[in-house]
Design a protein around this ligand. Sequence first.
Ligand SMILES: Cc1cc2nc3c(=O)[nH]c(=O)nc-3n(C[C@H](O)[C@H](O)[C@H](O)COP(=O)(O)O)c2cc1C
Length: 366
Amino acid sequence: MTSALFSPIRLADLELANRIVVSPMCQYSANDGCASDWHLTHLGMLANSGAALVVVEATHVERHGRITHGCLGLYSDACEAALARVMAHCRTIGTTRFGIQLAHSGRKGSARRPWEGGQALPDGEDPWPTIAPSAIPFGPDWHTPQAISREDMTRVREDFVAATRRALRIGFDAIELHMAHGYLLHSFMSPISNTRNDEYGGPREARLRFPLEVANAVRAVMPRGTPLGARITGSDWMDGGLDPDDAVAIAKALKDAGFDFVCLSSGGVSAAARNPTTPAYNAPLAEKVKREAGIAARAVGLIASPQQAEALVADGKADMIALARAILDDPHWGWHAALALGAEVTRPPQYARVAPKMWPAARYRM
Ligand SMILES: Cc1cc2nc3c(=O)[nH]c(=O)nc-3n(C[C@H](O)[C@H](O)[C@H](O)COP(=O)(O)O)c2cc1C
C-alpha cells in the first residue's frame, strides 16, 4: 500500500518526508516572551511525533503584540537566545523539521491565559494598549483598541522583518505568518474589524494592503529557498465577513508575493463568530484554495484519524494536514498513522525497538 499522507513534499528548497504538520499551538508558558523549560519538553516531545514539520506556536513580533503575558515572542535578544536554546535541543534529539509562526495579536491582545479565563486583562494585571485597523473591540468587555497610525504600521512591519531575521538566525526551516484567527493581520483583511476609510480600508484590495506590505517585507529578507507561508482565514463564519472567495484572492496575492504555502483555518474575527464543529470542517476551504489559487494548501481543524488525513491528501483536497489537539493527545500520532497506513516513519535510534511489527495495524484503525 502506498500512502499519500506519507509521500514527500517539497516547499521551496525544503524537502518534507511526509504531509503531517504539527499545527502551531500557544503554550502560554513563556517569560516576557522567552521560551522556558516547558518549551524544551513540549517541542522536544513533538520533535519525535512522526510529523515532518512542527510549527512553533504564535511567536509575537513585539511585546505589546502578545496575546497574554505568557505568550512567546521574538522581539529581544533574550527571546532569541531562549528560543535558540530550545531549538538547538530539538534539533539534537529530534527527527522533524521546525517552522515558526510569526504573529501580532492586535485587538485580541492584553488578555488572560485561557486557563485564567481568557478575557481582557483587568487593571492591576498589567494590561497594555492594543492596536487594530479600527477602534472596535473584539467583543463585549474587551479592550477598545487604538486605530493604528501610519507610524505604528511601519513599526509593526519592521517588527515582523526583525523577528524574521531572528528566526532565520535560529535556523528555522520555514516561516509562517499568522493571518487568521482575528489577530492583527487578519483584522485588517476582514470588513468585520476593518472600517477604515483611508487606503487601508474599504474594498478588498485596500484591506489586504497592509498584510501584503508585511508579507512582501518579510519575503524580501528571506532566502528564496526557505519556505514562507501564511495561515489565512477561509471564512469568518459571519454575515458580511470574509468568505471562501476572499480566501482564494488572499492566497493568490500571497502566491504573487512569493509565498510557498497557505494553511486554511477560519473563524476568530469576533467574539460573536461560531465555527462549525464537523470533522475536517476547513478541508473544503483548503480544496477550493488549492484548486483556484494554485498554491500548496494545508488543511486543519478536527482532523484526528489517519484514515481521514490520508483521504484528504489522496483525494487531492489538501497538500498537507495540520493536527493540533489530536497530536497533543497522542504525541506519536505520526508513528501510529504510519502503522495504520502501512508506511514508514523515522524514529530516533533510542526508540528503534518500538518496531512497527510489534503491533497489529488493526489496533490503530481509529
Ligand atoms: C492549545 C492550543 C493553542 C493554539 N495556538 C495556536 C497558535 O499559536 N496559532 C494558531 O494559528 N493556531 C493555534 N491554535 C489552533 C490550532 O493550531 C488548530 O488550528 C485548531 O486547534 C484546530 O485544529 P485541531 O482540531 O487539530 O485541534 C491553537 C489550538 C490549541 C488547541
